[in-house]
Design a protein around this ligand. Structure first.
Ligand code: ADP
Ligand code: MG
Length: 421
């Protein structure tokens, strides 16, 4: 689960990491009042979306092409710029071309920056350790820094027995070229990050940049905090920070119905029972050259109604160009329950894309014959490999015919124009 920068900064602040004073606003007037309350003469106005690269991003249709992080020096400018950001779509490298609508802005005091460092903490799967990543190349995105100068990226895997030891944090600060007060403060930030990571079951903490000010203070100017969804039940306070408007609608529905759904970028929808089976289904689609539109695992003890909800979630996704239902019904999930769910769903909402079904296990024969007799047009596959191959071909066919349909319409329109003139 992701949270906004302003929420992450509140948490950092509570744990003792220095952050600029700031306030959140959802109207230009509110932003101006925050500026007055904060005082001073320079502020930074920041669009709050769950994506980075805001400064280098641009607002859709904004001819002035200023990004989602702006330094301003009057209360009026704060109001004007908040107006330009709020309820406009910000496009950054991380949002994808469709961008994200800005519903809140954060205004904070501008800091006099001397250096910008990168600090990150995550679980490194190779070493199975929480790992501190640091770089002198702060401010830019870390993938770019890694490409431009790989040697600038420092990694420190942390032993869970000892935690992050003071000497290691001090050593890291020295390697970043810090001295005196700045080195002490940066090392302290690293220790706090580790304690926060463990205490909150975080998946990622990123402070980019950690600014070193002219006075030698270490201040977090940007913060990304991601939490492990599987541990959220232990952290109701964190769960309460979730912004539903930033979460994929399908994922919200799925969470509500109790199945595991992850939206992916492709065009082939799939449904399976059990997480292992669902993973194998997604892998098989990729193996045959297709791109999965989702991962969907319906728990094997689901009733017909819940399977139907899951199927409808797939069928209503506009990105989906073919669907694979792959159920290897061991003991608990009966294949006829799956067939019933498909029958009910497609009777209520006729299917617009090809469906490939692979059912094997308890009551498979019964299920397949009822689907054949009274179900929607579908292709039956014998095994997962066969099913994946067929569903990939079916998606290509949908695309091809849609294109042809589009071409026909364009040709028709052109012909009509010519006739009219
Ligand atoms: P993003 O990474 O999404 O572009 P950041 O919050 O990292 O957004 O801001 C981009 C850059 O803007 C920072 O690297 C820093 O140079 C500058 N910046 C951000 N916040 C402040 C601030 N409070 N004071 C001064 N400069 C800031
Ligand atoms: Mg940043």
């Amino acid at each position: 689960m992701d949270i906004h920068e302003y929420q992450a900064k509140q948490i950092l602040g509570r744990h003792g990491i220095r952050v600029p004073q700031g306030g959140v606003a959802s109207t230009p007037g509110e932003a101006m009042r925050v500026a007055e309350r904060l005082g001073g003469r320079r502020w930074v106005l920041k669009a709050q979306i769950h994506a980075g690269g805001r400064k280098e991003g641009h607002f859709e249709g904004d001819p002035s092409a200023k990004g989602g992080v702006r330094v301003l020096d009057s209360v009026d400018a704060v109001g004007l710029n908040a107006e330009q950001m709020l309820y406009h779509v910000l496009v950054t490298k991380q949002t994808g071309p469709q961008g994200t609508e800005v519903k809140r802005v954060y205004l904070e005091q501008a800091v006099d920056i001397q250096r910008e460092l990168y600090l990150g903490m995550l679980v490194d799967r190779r070493s199975s350790r929480v790992t501190l990543i640091a770089s002198t190349e702060g401010g830019v995105n870390i993938e770019l820094a890694a490409r431009r100068s790989p040697s600038s990226i420092l990694r420190l895997p942390i032993d869970p027995e000892t935690g992050l030891r003071d000497q290691d944090a001090n050593n890291m600060a020295a390697q970043l070229g810090l001295e005196g007060n700045a080195a002490e403060q940066a090392a302290r930030v690293m220790s706090i990050m580790y304690d926060m990571f463990i205490a909150n079951d975080a998946a990622l903490i990123e402070i980019n940049p950690l600014a070193i000010t002219r006075e030698g203070d270490a201040v977090a100017l940007d913060a990304v905090l991601t939490f492990d969804n599987n541990a959220l039940f232990r952290h109701q306070d964190i769960r309460a920070l979730q912004d539903d408007t930033e979460t994929n609608l399908g994922e919200l529905q799925a969470a509500h119905h109790g199945f595991n759904y992850v939206k992916l970028d492709g065009n082939i929808g799939s449904l399976a029972c059990g997480a292992g089976s669902a993973l194998a289904t997604v892998d098989a689609i990729r193996h045959y050259g297709g791109e999965p539109a989702n991962f969907l695992d319906v728990p094997p003890d689901s009733k017909v109604g819940r399977v139907k909800d899951a199927f409808e979630l797939l069928a209503s996704d506009p990105a989906v160009e073919s669907i694979l239902v792959n159920v290897f019904g061991g003991g608990i999930m009966r294949c006829d329950a799956i067939a019933d769910a498909i029958l009910v769903a497609t009777r209520e909402m006729p299917l617009e894309v090809p469906l490939v079904v692979r059912l094997s296990g308890t009551n498979a024969r019964l299920a397949l014959s009822s689907l054949r007799d009274s179900g929607p047009p579908l292709t039956i596959a014998d095994n997962l490999a066969d099913a994946a191959e067929k569903v990939v071909l079916a998606a290509r066919e949908t695309r091809r015919t849609n294109r042809r349909g589009w071409w026909d319409r364009v040709q028709g329109a052109l012909g009509k124009q010519q006739n009219d003139s």
